[in-house]
Ligand binder design. Structure first.
Ligand code: GAL
Length: 135
């Protein structure tokens, strides 16, 4: 299904972070950042939904294991606007990932798969990546 940027062999270890800057399309409905082992095993599916799957201005996060989705986690904050440039900062720690959004909103998502390394990343949807950094 993914047709945006896909990266493999990332070797992102606990203590490391990923910084993603990009442009949200003016008519954005949704975009996705997936992190994990491969497309069927994701420790983080980060999905801001402007208007998609019945959600309006809601961030939906989930995990996927062996191709099966886990339980969704919804965030109260939605600091995204169509037609703007945004930066998302994701740090990987063994027990959880910490996601820093624009406007200083921060939340955790548990590393349900207990991955020791993130090797796969995929971006999809109404978001154009301008800059990607591993820190
Ligand atoms: C589904 C959606 C998937 C994914 C998943 C997350 O409804 O089709 O793309 O976002 O929710 O739980």
């Amino acid at each position: 299904m993914s047709c945006g940027l896909v990266a493999s062999n990332l070797n992102l270890k606990p203590g490391m972070s990923l910084r993603v800057r990009g442009e949200v399309a003016p008519d954005a409905k949704s975009f996705v950042l997936n992190l994990g082992k491969d497309s069927d095993n994701l420790c983080l599916h980060f999905n801001p939904r402007f208007e998609a799957h019945g959600d309006c201005n809601t961030i939906v996060c989930n995990s996927k294991e062996g191709g099966a989705w886990g339980a969704e986690q919804r965030e109260p904050a939605f600091p995204f606007q169509p037609g703007s440039e945004v930066e998302v900062f994701i740090s990987f720690d063994q027990p959880h990932l910490t996601i820093k959004l624009p406007d200083q909103h921060t939340f955790n998502f548990p590393n349900r798969l207990n991955l020791e390394v993130i090797s796969y990343m995929a971006a999809d949807g109404d978001f154009k990546i301008k800059c990607l950094a591993f820190e």
